[in-house]
Ligand binder design. Sequence first.
Ligand code: GTP
Ligand code: MG
Length: 246
Amino acid sequence: MSNKGVDQTLVLIKPDALKNSLTGYLLSQFSEFHTGLRFAGTKVVHVSRMLAEEHYTEHRGKTFYPALIEYIMGLAHFPGEPHRQRVIAIVYQGPDAVEKVRETSGPTNPHVAREKKPGCIRSLGTVVPLTNEEGEVIGQRMDNLIHASATPQEAEREIKLWFKPNDIPPCLRIYAPQQSQEPFYYNNGGLSTTYEPGSTCLFAPGDTAWESDLHALHLIQLGLPAPCTLQTVVAKYLVNEAGEGS
Ligand code: GTP
Ligand code: MG
């Protein structure tokens, strides 16, 4: 069976949903019975700062950004408990996957969700006031339980960020993988094809990567403009690696 024309979307079950033991409920809401969608991949991720910042790169510089990063890293809900700081990442697949998951999720702000769409997933979320050292309210954090890709283009970027090709069975992949012909190492913020002490191996020859990542790495290596930064590529291949950039 061909996967041409099949839609995929990324869902993250966020730390507040895990803390409130809502995982089973959320999986039920997204089940094939309710949405017509199926799992293509799933993993438990301890979110590094690098991954969090890549995921929410569009919000860099906004007032709520630091709180958003702490939230997705699990630091807000599980301070001092690294073993509980995680999210569940899921790729759902099926017709109109992006729209269906966004519809089931509801509006971003839980207060708006309760008013506009009672019963949607995010209507079960909460909004937390953020205060400074003097106790003055300086903003808010939206604890809205899940992340859902907003468009098919965003879904592709996000699925490739959270999942390596081999995390998804070949018969369920919709984005092109490619075998790396050469090794790539990451060291002190730079890219290299030779090992130096302290380097982290991104790929060995023969490892499978997303084709678009290998294309970007070759451009970066040549010093040419690339469609994404080195950090974008590195963040994904170091998901759940010990000592990853946190
Ligand atoms: P995600 O599925 O998490 O990506 O949410 P979204 O697509 O509905 O919203 P968006 O991508 O614009 O924002 C990402 C996250 O940033 C949201 O889930 C919120 O937690 C937070 N956020 C977005 N906009 C605001 C805002 O105006 N104020 C605050 N405090 N948080 C925001
Ligand atoms: Mg979004």
